[in-house]
Design a protein around this ligand. Structure first.
Ligand code: ATP
Length: 196
């Protein structure tokens, strides 16, 4: 089955766009949400995290100590890469299982991931979409959605590839500056994917 990856910078609106694809009956794998879940439920991952970051990563009843891990990986590239090298393969495994469980009646699946290109997981997809919006629009959306400052959004953006870097790896683009043109762009891509 055709696998389509979809990503975009923070606040670009990739989740919002995925909801539009869902209304067309396309199943979406939300990799970031799945990753959070796997941090608690995937035994290989849990063991790996404990080994890498210590037993304090979880409480005695298995609750993830997010703060402990955040303190270690915050502004520490080596430790962040260590965490990613544990999480990303777990998400790849979960995606593989999820995708195989999909009915053959589904024409294609979508994998939504903030770090689709950075993690290399775009290579597991047949085609990849980049959702774009101007920087000031993305900043304003995230400030409003999360109640954070522009500097806090910028710090999160700095951890991701720029749109210019991502554009080199993308096959398709959705411009999500305005709500009004989104539906038509999604329908157009949907038709193209049905024909692939
Ligand atoms: P993140 O990487 O932080 O998860 P995202 O790319 O998934 O962000 P969304 O959560 O879909 O982005 O959108 C960010 C915010 O912008 C949300 O509050 C959403 O409702 C709003 N938004 C998305 N698209 C539009 C649009 N075209 N017009 C106005 N608001 C939008």
């Amino acid at each position: 089955m055709l696998k389509v990856g979809i990503t975009g910078g923070i606040g670009s609106g990739k989740t919002t766009i995925c909801k539009v694809f869902e209304t067309l009956g396309i199943p979406v794998f939300y990799a970031d949400a799945v990753a959070k879940q796997l941090m608690i439920t995937d035994l290989i991952l849990v063991e790996g995290v404990k080994e890498a970051f210590g037993a304090a990563s979880y409480s005695s009843n298995g609750v993830l100590n997010n703060q402990h891990i955040a303190n270690i990986v915050f502004n520490n590239k080596v430790e962040l890469e260590k965490l990613n090298s544990l999480v990303h393969p777990a998400v790849f495994r979960a995606f593989d299982t999820w995708e195989k469980e999909m009915s053959s009646a589904v024409p294609y699946t979508l994998k939504e991931a903030a770090l689709l290109f950075e993690s290399g997981s775009y290579k597991m997809c047949d085609k990849n979409i980049l959702v774009t919006a101007p920087l000031n629009v993305k900043l304003a959306r995230v400030m409003e959605r999360d109640g954070v400052t522009a500097a806090q959004v910028q710090a999160r953006m700095d951890k991701q590839f720029t749109d210019e870097q991502k554009a080199k790896m993308a096959d398709y683009f959705i411009d999500n500056t305005e709500k009004s043109s989104v539906i038509l762009q999604v329908l157009d891509l949907h038709q193209q994917f049905l024909q692939l």
